[in-house]
Design a protein around this ligand. Structure first.
Ligand code: ACO
Length: 321
């Protein structure tokens, strides 16, 4: 089977910064509580930006980095659960704005695990010979899905987008292991308000992100190490062989706990949630781009990408840089 490799990265963060100090003038919270419980210091908030505009900006930077022309992209997948419109999809809007005239476009929703699901999907298409060059984007405007009076959630999230170009190559994507458990979906929910139809008695009431924080925490610290261990075992790889563990940036304590449970060196778990907050499907590609542009990823480094989120969903990918 053909292999695939990430050959370019890009990201976009909104210009407006919301610090913990500023947040404490909006809800009853403080910098100390947020830093101690999450590691988040500030986050970016979309004001003039939309999910599509952020996704397009990240996509253009990834194309430039990859040296692939927009017209040579034949697949665009955007992972998001906060699209600015359901129709047209964010991916179609990106296609229009960057001029990727030959691309097939669709959005994919696996909440915070979305980028890993999209990367795996693109890999399957390219390795089976259907497409050659894919743009895979994680983009979220979570600030528009949050109850700004709920201090339990509004301190956690931020907006942004990250993108990668995936192409045919001799090495790169090694494998992935994804999972879902719809039976436990109620611990993390977001239902966009819909218009009533003729027969509906009531409309769905939950129109903000709602979360049972402690249940999500327990799920993440158990499932993420288990999932990574299983994936590595499938590919006869040891923890010590991994150069970078690029985890979904939800909470510093979750990342530290995963490192501990895997018996892995915590220095191999880069973090940018201190200035991005939790950007859901965008967090992993934004962090990859930070590392790539910062010169931290060397050719042939071995990477684990891993995340968890609403659905419930989770997943990990193993790849050579
Ligand atoms: N500022 C100050 N106090 C607060 C805040 C706040 N922002 N939020 C809650 N509190 C208070 C609570 O009211 C509670 O007060 P009480 O003891 O008087 O009742 C106290 O702090 C403790 O609240 P808990 O919810 O028990 O705090 P916990 O230690 O569990 O931390 C947190 C909460 C940070 C949300 C934690 O549970 C967590 O990180 N969970 C995982 C969340 C996560 O990863 N979400 C992302 C999900 S996936 C995705 O990315 C979409």
């Amino acid at each position: 089977m053909t292999k695939t490799r990430i050959i370019g990265t890009g990201s976009y963060l909104p210009l407006t910064i919301l610090s913990n100090e500023h947040l404490s003038t909006i809800v009853d919270t403080n910098d100390e509580w947020i830093m101690e419980r999450t590691g988040i210091k500030e986050r970016r908030i979309a004001t003039t930006e939309t999910t599509s505009s952020m996704a397009s900006a990240a996509a253009l930077l990834a194309l430039e980095d990859s040296k692939v022309l927009a017209e040579d992209i034949d697949l665009i997948i955007v992972a998001t659960f906060t699209p600015d419109s359901s129709m047209p999809s964010v991916s179609c809007k990106v296609q229009g704005s960057i001029g990727a005239v030959h691309a097939v476009c669709f959005d994919l929703n696996a909440a915070c695990s979305g980028f890993l699901f999209a990367l795996t999907t693109a890999h399957a298409y390219i390795s089976s010979g259907i497409y050659k060059n894919a743009l895979i984007i994680g983009a979220e405007a979570l600030s528009r899905a949050i109850d700004w009076t709920d201090r339990g959630t509004c301190v956690l999230f931020g907006d942004g987008a990250g993108a990668v170009v995936l192409s045919k190559d001799s090495v790169g994507f090694i494998g992935s292991l994804l999972g879902s458990d719809g039976g436990k979906g109620e611990v993390l929910t977001y239902s966009k308000q819909m218009t009533k139809n003729l027969f509906d008695k009531e409309i769905i009431e939950n129109s903000y992100i709602q979360m049972d924080g402690q249940e999500v925490f327990k799920f993440a610290v158990r499932k993420v190490p288990e999932n990574i261990s299983q994936l590595l075992e499938q590919h006869h790889t040891n923890i010590g062989q991994i150069d970078h563990f690029i985890l979904h940036q939800a909470n510093k304590r979750i990342i530290q706990s995963v490192a501990k449970r895997l018996n892995a060196d915590e220095n191999k778990f880069p973090i940018n949630l201190n200035y991005c907050g939790n950007t859901s499907a965008a967090s992993i590609p934004i962090l990859i781009d930070d590392l790539n542009r910062g010169g931290k990823l060397k050719k042939n480094d071995t990477l684990v990408l891993s995340g968890f989120g609403g659905g419930l969903t989770w997943g990990s990918c193993l790849l050579t840089w």
